[in-house]
Design a protein around this ligand. Sequence first.
Ligand code: SF4
Length: 256
Amino acid sequence: MTDSWAALRAEVLACRACPRLVAYREQVARTRKREFRQEEYWGRPVFGFGDPQARLVLVGLAPAAHGSNRTGRMFTGDRSARFLVEALHAAGYANQPTSHHRGDGLRYTDLYMTAAVRCVPPDNRPTGEERHRCLPFLVRELCALGKARAVLALGGVAWEALLASTRAVYGVEPPAVPFGHGACVALGPGRPLLWASYHPSPQNTNTGKLTRAEMVELLERIRAGYLGRSAPDAGRASVRGGGRTVIPSASSRPHP
Ligand code: SF4
C-alpha cells in the first residue's frame, strides 16, 4: 500500500458515499447545539489524528454529533474525549489532559487515533452498509501505520471493523473473537496485538462500567505487551469479564 497521508486524507475529506450520513453531518452542522451556536461546525468526514509512526493505534466508532463533527478532530470537544484524553495523558501518550479544539496544542506520542466510520451517524448507529462502505479507509490507514504493535478498538463496532480488516491489512483470516473489555488477539509474528475496550462514552463512564483507572490500566498493559515487559495474559485480560487472548492461524503473507 503506497497511500500518502495527504492523498488519503484528501480522499476521506471529500467522501460523500453514504447519503444518509452526508445529510446528517451537514444537518447537525447547520442546526448546531445551543451552547455551540456561535461556532462553525466541521460537518465533514473526520480523518485520523496523531503520530503516523505510532506503536499504538486507537480505533473509535465514529465522530460524535457535537464532538468531532463540530471540531473536526477525533475525540475532541465532548465528554468521551474528556475521559479518554485524561486517561491517555495519565498513561503518557498525550502531552495534556484535555482535548477541546484543533488549535489547543494537544499532541500524541506513539499514538494514532482513528475510527471505524468517518461521518457522524444518527444515534451513533451506522448501518451495516455504511460500516462496510467506510472500512476501506480504515484498511488503508492501518496499512500505512506500519510501526503499529498494538491496535485498540474502543467499543464493539470498532472491534468488528478491526477484525474485518485483518485479511487485507495483516494477511490473517478474521478471528472469531467476541467483543469484551480486555479481549486480546495475537495475529502472529510481526503483526500487532489487537485489543478491545469498552467505548469511553458517558453511557459507560457515568455508570461505572468503565472507570478511568481501568482505562489507564489497560493502556499500560498494552504498552507493557509491545515493549516486551510482560506478555498479554489471558487471566489478567479480563478486567471486567470476557477478556481473553486468542491466537488465530495466519496466512503465509507476513505483515510488512
Ligand atoms: S462514512 Fe465513510 S464512506 Fe461514508 S460518507 Fe463518510 S467517509 Fe465516506
